[in-house]
Write a protein that binds this ligand. Structure first.
Ligand code: KG4
Ligand code: ZN
Length: 340
């Protein structure tokens, strides 16, 4: 039963977790820099890396302390090495490598997307065949999954990610950063059919996405109706949210059907969206399909999902070379052959 320390610093969360086997949560620490970045209206890479430098040692120490363990008690140390912000990834990867070298422990370089992708099955030794959708601030990806390590990319966004659309539209509406949660909150009291925003690529015939047209449609609407009436905000949020969720759900269910999968998963920050979840669960129930979401605390960026992915790699006999480089850009191939 191996015990792992995992470090995640790919964007604006500094996180460390200690996991025993596949399901023994010994520590789960996150420091979110969202408040620091909110004054800039988005993540500033240099500010993120500077804050990771300050917070990572504290968060790692706290994780070990909460787990009641010393570095020498660990079987391996993992870090997210990509995709993400280069200067941010470097901090967590360098910290993990330094600890590995100092204590003579094996290193595991983990793909952030794989962390999200596996998170709905947190605690499970077997990853079932399923259709997986990863919807985060940086990515909108649709995969066919045969099992751990066997992923086939079916579709991706051609421009903005779904979370990015939430954040950009929230900014246009004068809401804070990150905007998804705020739009979700306001949409609860709004009328989703009041404004007719475009469902980009919903009938494209493939499984790709495009959200930049939707963002532009909201911007043009706001230019014509400036400033938006405060009373209209809930309807605007609900109508925008309905446009995003219509497309995500149409493609998720289409992918499941095309690949004969009866199990589906939704992960990444946007999978926290209450309307997306409710509608996904409802449609899955109507069709007799299963849908899985990450447990609470594992929806947005965290180190536990990285530890869980690392535990699977370790069980499969994978270890990474200590001189493996960070890979800031998304490459589907890196995920498909994540057996460094
Ligand atoms: O997975 P994540 O923490 O980071 C990335 O890997 O990008 O996702 C962050 C994204 C942000 O764009 C944020 O606005 C969005 O997830 N998000 C939401 C909700 N909570 C977070 N979007 C819609 N509804 C939510 N409730
Ligand atoms: Zn993420």
């Amino acid at each position: 039963m191996p015990t792992l320390l995992a470090i995640e610093t790919s964007c604006d969360e500094t996180a460390a977790a200690v996991l025993k086997d596949f399901d023994g949560i010994l520590a789960h620490e996150i420091f979110s820099q969202a408040e620091i970045h909110s004054e800039f209206g988005g993540v500033v890479p240099e500010v993120a890396s500077r804050n990771h430098l300050v917070s990572a040692p504290v968060i790692i120490d706290r994780a070990l302390e909460n787990a009641g363990l010393k570095i020498r008690d660990l079987d391996a140390i993992a870090a997210t090495t990509g995709p993400g912000l280069a200067s941010a990834l470097l901090v967590g990867a360098a910290a993990a490598k330094g600890l590995c070298i100092g204590a003579g422990k094996p290193f595991l370089a983990i793909n952030h997307i794989e962390g999200h992708l596996l998170s709905p099955f947190f605690g499970c030794e077997e990853i079932p065949p399923h259709t997986a959708m990863v919807v985060s601030g940086g990515h909108t990806l649709l995969w066919d999954v045969e099992g751990f390590g066997q992923y086939r990319l079916l579709g991706r966004t051609l421009d903005d990610a779904a979370g990015e659309a939430f954040d950009k539209v929230a900014k246009l509406l004068g809401l804070g950063y990150p905007g998804g949660i705020e739009i979700d909150r306001l949409a609860k009291s709004g009328n989703s059919t009041r404004f007719d925003f475009p469902r980009g690529m919903i009938d494209s015939g493939d499984l790709d996405f495009s959200f930049s047209g939707l963002k532009t449609a909201v911007r043009i609407f706001l230019e014509k109706n400036r400033p938006p009436e405060m009373a209209d905000l809930p309807d605007l949020c609900a109508s925008f949210q309905a446009a995003v969720t219509d497309v995500l759900l149409a493609k998720l269910f289409k992918a499941a059907k095309q690949n004969n999968r009866r199990v589906m998963s939704l992960s990444g920050g946007v999978s926290a969206n209450s309307s997306l979840r409710t509608r996904a669960i409802q449609r899955a129930a109507e069709l007799g399909l299963e849908i899985h979401f990450p447990p609470a605390g594992l929806l947005t960026d965290n180190a536990l999902m990285i530890a869980f992915s690392a535990a699977h790699h370790l069980a499969a006999g994978h270890l990474s070379s200590i001189d493996v480089e960070i890979t800031p850009n998304f490459r589907a191939a890196a995920l498909c052959s994540a057996s460094s």
